[in-house]
Ligand binder design. Structure first.
Ligand code: OOG
Ligand code: MG
Length: 255
């Protein structure tokens, strides 16, 4: 199996690098969730060897809106690298993507290495700051269609992220109204509580899953809690804006 894992990781890494979609891996081969995370890890190793650095993790399918949109039923997590960072007000070159979508998220910054399973009660020891965020996802699979195993192997469609101004870790992340619009037109709206009823639960889950799969979580890492609404398509020329009540707003343009 280890050769199959390596081969699959090359297919997905190349698809991302060349912005060229591939058929779902699960069409030809059955693999488990654990093997899917191994494929993800092997494909990230290719990015690291090109000089990219791990900056954090992203959680996926933490809201019913996202599970419904994509037809899957369980939480997933992927890895973020510095090459995926996009700045607020930046211009995104869509030629580097296959069929990108944007989704509004909440981000957390770790102020301490995680060395134990954390709970909602001791999370404060590790949480350094919170921020509004937009994630840009871009499945490497044709038609943005996948099984849970496929999407995990594909690093959970991770391809870009924008983080806003870091706010106090005591900022109340409950009941934040969230919208995402394109060219001034509202596309999706929701609330931070759509993320596992409290985005902090997603941070707790991220640390549990990272420990389970042997991914160390270090001081300075970012954790994206997962989208609060369905993702929206990004078209050339679009200005995408997301608002998060008093946590702020973020935007970017696409060319
Ligand atoms: C998978 C990634 C899901 C989220 O926030 O729920 C995700 C996908 O929808 O392609 O990032
Ligand atoms: Mg996301």
């Amino acid at each position: 199996m280890s050769q199959v894992i390596e081969n699959f990781s090359i297919i997905l890494d190349q698809a991302a690098k060349n912005a060229s979609p591939v058929p779902q891996l699960s069409f030809n081969s059955k693999f488990t969730l654990r093997q899917a995370y191994k494929i993800q890890e092997a494909s990230l190793n290719k990015r690291y060897s090109r000089g990219e650095n791990l900056t954090g993790l992203k959680m996926g399918f933490t809201s019913i809106a996202k599970m419904k949109q994509m037809g899957v039923h369980d939480m997933i997590w992927g890895r973020l690298t510095d090459a995926m960072e996009v700045l607020h007000d930046d211009v995104l070159d869509l030629d580097k993507f296959i069929h990108p979508r944007a989704e509004p998220e909440i981000a957390f910054l770790l102020k301490k290495d995680i060395v134990e399973p954390i709970s909602i009660d001791n999370v404060g020891k590790y949480l350094g700051a919170v921020s509004a965020a937009i994630e840009i996802i871009d499945s490497r699979y044709k038609n943005f269609k996948f099984t849970l195993e496929d999407v995990i192997a594909d690093n959970c469609s991770s391809s870009g992220y924008i983080i806003g101004k870091w706010c106090s870790p005591n900022f109340n992340v409950l009941n934040i109204p969230i919208t995402i619009s394109a060219n001034g037109k509202l596309k999706e709206e929701g609330n931070s509580e759509a993320i596992l009823e409290n985005p902090i639960h997603s941070l707790v889950e991220a640390t549990r899953l990272a420990l389970k799969y042997g991914q160390p979580l270090k001081k300075g890492m970012i954790i994206l809690a997962g989208a609060a609404t369905a993702a929206i398509k990004i078209n050339k020329g679009d200005t995408i804006q997301a608002t998060f009540g008093e946590l702020g707003s973020l935007s970017f343009r696409a060319k």
